[in-house]
Design a protein around this ligand. Structure first.
Ligand SMILES: Cc1ncc(COP(=O)(O)O)c(C=O)c1O
Length: 475
């Protein structure tokens, strides 16, 4: 971490812990230079970083002040707190969008994956070659659920490092987190059951609900605080909910992370109504700050939470390796996996187990988090400069997504098709809900290197957005 990032980090922690509260004037640049021994440029960069992230505001001639906590996150048009849907019909739409945008020459601002060049390709290849040579003897025993014992032990050790006691026997290796999430939902429900999802939600949750013929209650989710827990309590009272699927960290598409107190209340609410939680934590390792936040699973004493993780976003996209720490459902998950995909690819499991045994993963994650934060910061500033003022940009810490909100009359799906003609993809809001609530929003991937290609794409996208806004509401 550079010095200015360290200083920004310190100030952020001070604001979080209430040392500096909304409206407080921060020490002047000169005062901070004197106290910290850092250069004026370093201190100025730290303050500018915090300003671009919405933590502080500068007032001409007066200095820097702590910004109102929720102002930056308030929607121009707030989502409905609760939205029930007896049927979810989204697969065809998502399929057409993903197919159309699957061109390697596109600037993939709509992609859900981070820039793959940030992954340790060389080391992973070495592990793959090594295990391929040993495969005939080692392959056996990995081709049935729950998967490779060494890999499950490594994952259990990573939980233990966070103070969570998860036995390797509770962990099932899956084909990416997507299989873990789908098996989790299947284990907790029967066709026709009601499920709580976020609004907006990762489209994989909506696709699973459609596939398993479930009914969904979408609960409004805040870009900073996560799911609206009062609305969740209401949903639990009103509907016979069987499962809840949500992201407690770096929510996709909004980016936000639920505070620890929220996670505990969430678990208490679910326990009160006997509801299981499918916790989608694929971006959990891409947290901001010094310490990883604990997942809801950390407070789960009853095995109610199915905590789903993945290496797809942090290490090896194409390996398709994820897992679920399945609590009470560990046997059910294995039976379901046996009936569907049987198991995850043995060479990929063994290669990841080999890579993890080299103890390089944490160092890689550290560099990855830092690079992603820097890139997101650059994208954010560029978007603020290039896009019309009426466009609201939500910057949440961690991960690599930015969520943009256009005036309500604009259709981001139209923007998608228009941008695609120019070789740029975005992820339109319609992908993240069973209804039209977010048709004026879209998600951008800010993990790409800031080079002339990205710069041109952002500038062109800003022009297209400008044209869409200028066209006004449909007659
Ligand atoms: C929120 C979320 N959950 C789960 C997944 C699936 O993860 P995996 O690639 O490990 O299957 C994705 C992939 O985009 C995602 O964005």
């Amino acid at each position: 971490m550079t010095r200015y990032e360290q200083l920004a980090q310190q100030l952020r922690e001070q604001i979080r812990t209430g040392i500096w509260q909304e409206g407080d004037k921060l020490p002047s640049l000169r005062e901070t230079v004197r106290r910290s021994g850092l250069s004026l440029m370093t201190v100025l960069s730290a303050y500018q970083l915090l300003e671009s992230q919405g933590w502080i505001r500068s007032r001409p001639q007066s200095g820097y002040f702590v910004a109102p906590a929720r102002e930056a996150t308030r929607y121009l048009s707030p989502p409905q707190p609760l939205l029930p849907a007896e049927t979810v019909d989204i697969n065809a739409f998502i399929f057409s969008l993903l197919q159309a945008g699957n061109d390697p020459d596109c600037v993939a601002l709509g992609s859900a994956f981070p820039d793959a060049s940030l992954f340790p390709q060389h080391q992973l290849s070495r592990s793959l070659i090594k295990v391929a040579r040993q495969m005939p003897s080692q392959g056996a025993g990995v081709t049935l659920p729950p998967g490779c014992a060494d890999l499950r032990r490594s994952i259990a050790q990573r939980y233990a490092a966070r103070g969570m006691e998860i036995s390797p026997d509770e962990i099932v290796i899956t084909s990416g987190a997507l299989e873990a999430l789908n098996l989790g939902l299947q284990a907790l429900t029967r066709p026709g059951d009601w499920v709580v999802v976020e609004s907006p939600a990762f489209y994989g949750a909506l696709q699973a609900i459609e596939r398993f013929q479930l009914k969904a209650v979408a609960v409004a989710t805040d870009p900073q605080q996560g799911m609206d827990l009062d609305a969740l309590a209401q949903a639990l009272r009103q509907y016979p909910i069987k499962a809840c699927w949500l992201m407690s960290h770096c929510q996709n598409p909004l980016g936000g992370t639920m505070p620890a107190a929220g996670k505990q209340r969430l678990l208490a609410l679910l326990a009160e109504h006997g509801v299981g939680l499918v916790e989608d934590d694929v971006y959990g390792e891409l947290y901001a700050g010094l310490e990883p936040p604990l997942p809801v699973k950390a407070w789960d004493k009853e095995g109610r939470v199915l905590h789903c993780g993945s290496f797809s976003k942090t290490l090896a996209t194409g390996f398709r390796i994820g897992w679920v720490a399945a609590g009470q459902q560990v046997d059910a998950i294995q039976r379901l996996q046996l009936m569907s995909t049987l198991s995850t690819s043995a060479p990929m499991q063994l290669a990841l187990a080999d890579y993890l045994s080299s103890h390089r993963y944490d160092k890689h994650l550290h560099t990855l988090r830092r690079t992603l934060e820097q890139r997101k910061h650059i994208f954010h500033r560029a978007i603020q400069r290039a896009f019309p003022d009426v466009v609201r940009v939500y910057y949440a810490e961690g991960s690599y997504f930015l969520w943009l909100e256009l005036p309500a009359y604009c259709c981001a799906t139209r923007l998608y098709w228009r941008a695609l003609e120019e070789g740029i993809t975005i992820a339109p809001g319609r992908m993240f809900a069973a209804d039209e609530q977010y048709r004026h929003c879209f998600r951008l991937n800010a993990s790409l290197p800031w080079d002339p290609r990205s710069e041109t794409a952002i500038r062109r996208l800003a022009e297209l957005v400008g044209e869409l806004i200028a066209a006004g509401p449909p007659a």
